[in-house]
Design a protein around this ligand. Sequence first.
Ligand SMILES: *[C@@H]1O[C@H](CO)[C@@H](O)[C@H](O)[C@H]1NC(C)=O
Ligand SMILES: *[C@@H]1O[C@H](CO)[C@@H](O)[C@H](O)[C@H]1NC(C)=O
Ligand SMILES: *[C@@H]1O[C@H](CO)[C@@H](O)[C@H](O)[C@H]1NC(C)=O
Ligand SMILES: *[C@@H]1O[C@H](CO)[C@@H](O)[C@H](O)[C@H]1NC(C)=O
Ligand SMILES: *[C@@H]1O[C@H](CO)[C@@H](O)[C@H](O)[C@H]1NC(C)=O
Ligand SMILES: [Zn+2]
Length: 502
Amino acid sequence: MHRRLIFSSILSLAAASVIQRPLLEPSDSQALINTKPLVSSNAIQDDISSSKLLERAKHLYKLAKLATDEYNHPTRVIGSKGHLATIDYIYSTLASLREYYDISNQTFPAVMGNVFESRLVLGHSTPKSAGPMSLTPPTKNKEPVYGPLVLVANDGCEELDYPANVTGSIAFIRRGTCPFGTKSENAGKAGAIAAVIYNHMQGNLSGTLGQPSEHHVATFGISDTDAEPFIKKLQTGETVDASAYIDAIVENIGTTNVIAQTKGGDPKNCVMLGGHSDSVAEGPGINDDGSGSLTLLEIATHLTKYTVNNCVRFAWWAGEEEGLLGSDYYVSQLSEEENMKIRLFMDYDMLASPNYAYQVYNATNAVNPAGSEELRDLYTGFYKAHGQNHTYIPFDGRSDYDAFIRNGIPGGGIATGAEGVKTEKEAAMFGGRAGEWFDHCYHQLCDTVNNLNLEAWELNAKLVAHSVATYAVSFKGFPERTAITSNAVPERSLYHGPKLVI
Ligand SMILES: *[C@@H]1O[C@H](CO)[C@@H](O)[C@H](O)[C@H]1NC(C)=O
Ligand SMILES: *[C@@H]1O[C@H](CO)[C@@H](O)[C@H](O)[C@H]1NC(C)=O
Ligand SMILES: *[C@@H]1O[C@H](CO)[C@@H](O)[C@H](O)[C@H]1NC(C)=O
Ligand SMILES: *[C@@H]1O[C@H](CO)[C@@H](O)[C@H](O)[C@H]1NC(C)=O
Ligand SMILES: *[C@@H]1O[C@H](CO)[C@@H](O)[C@H](O)[C@H]1NC(C)=O
Ligand SMILES: [Zn+2]
């Protein structure tokens, strides 16, 4: 608080133009801070340029390459050298700004999985859509296992759904009602040697088992159409011989969130924003989420030229791709008092998709903590002011805002699109190619520096700067925090992180 006192005494000194001594002797660094101008949206937006962002992206790609000896390609997945180097880069950049920020590491336990090889044979065929679920254990001894396919009753969410002869067999389970992890666990408890979950709606099925369990068995997902002939056979009493093979590891590791908070500004009223420092194992993740995490780093650097009225807290989350591990952990560790200091959380994940749309999370006060809608409207106002179109996308638990809104903290964010297909209408609104993914390299090896749309990135980085500056100056008109629980709890989502869980 005393910093504000000094600040206001300097202001009144200027206004009254009489010589006054400040009540408190400021240290040198405080004196420096206090000669800086108050941040303004226009000023910090002008500090943003795509060339500086691109330079950071090129550096990040170099860091991803450090994982090549272990993964055979660049990646920044948690536990890899690429991710460790990313955390070092973020931390050391901030450390050079330590006059301005308090920096902390938050290390937490995480699980990581890697599937090296897999194969599923049903009868005499290999279903094209069959793929291992993320965080699946291997089959026994990492060898193929053989047994009859046994149809499980209902959705396989109850132990009673599993007939006795599932023991030693491969359980065939319909998607729905409960998480994939629960089905795999039930199958394991019933003695199954592997499990196959088939889609109950049209399309391929891939997802994650989530938090490992000692009862999980090697688990695949397959499409409705691939499953259909086998369901028919089993229902008419025919037997289907099957074999399953997964070579995979599931490991417990430690990984780290990095947090930086301005020393200046009211610490009881914090503007918080985050992006994730990790990528998937499949690639270097330069758009997902290099674009977001580097934007934060760039803005954290520029912000040091200004003072703030409200505290600004940046977070670089780890383990997002494994199911929002870092942000979940962070929020779980907040005391009630600390929780209440966070006025809002802004999520910045994928800001530069090559076939981009300007997407705003449709966060509303009707179903999310009050303030979420004001934030949404700040974003749409920004796009309008820049003569750009935007679309609303579901605020459905796929990124790091999830734990915040579940714990009473208003949230929101923007994105430029992942594996969704751009419509004709969206191509008219944003340019680009209809009928193709917003990011055709989403979660793949080709998510490199070449995968970035610099025009979208620069505008979105300015939007992030605008959001920080706006709330760092004032929360006027923004709802007060009232509770650490949300009375408007969102419906149970099919996602927790980027992967399906149910
Ligand atoms: C935080 O993590 C960074 C990056 O790994 C490391 O360099 C730094 O020493 C750590 N700082 C503290 C205080 O543990
Ligand atoms: C479903 O999986 C098959 C086999 O891997 C693939 O050829 C097809 O493109 C996938 N469909 C979609 C919509 O992703
Ligand atoms: C397993 O048991 C169920 C019902 O008890 C039966 O319908 C099915 O044919 C059996 N499957 C095999 C492979 O024995
Ligand atoms: C946004 O969310 C609100 C409240 O959940 C809903 O009524 C509205 O239809 C949604 N708008 C769009 C464009 O999805
Ligand atoms: C916004 O979308 C409309 C079509 O809905 C299009 O005519 C217009 O050019 C778009 N504006 C920009 C800046 O792309
Ligand atoms: Zn992401």
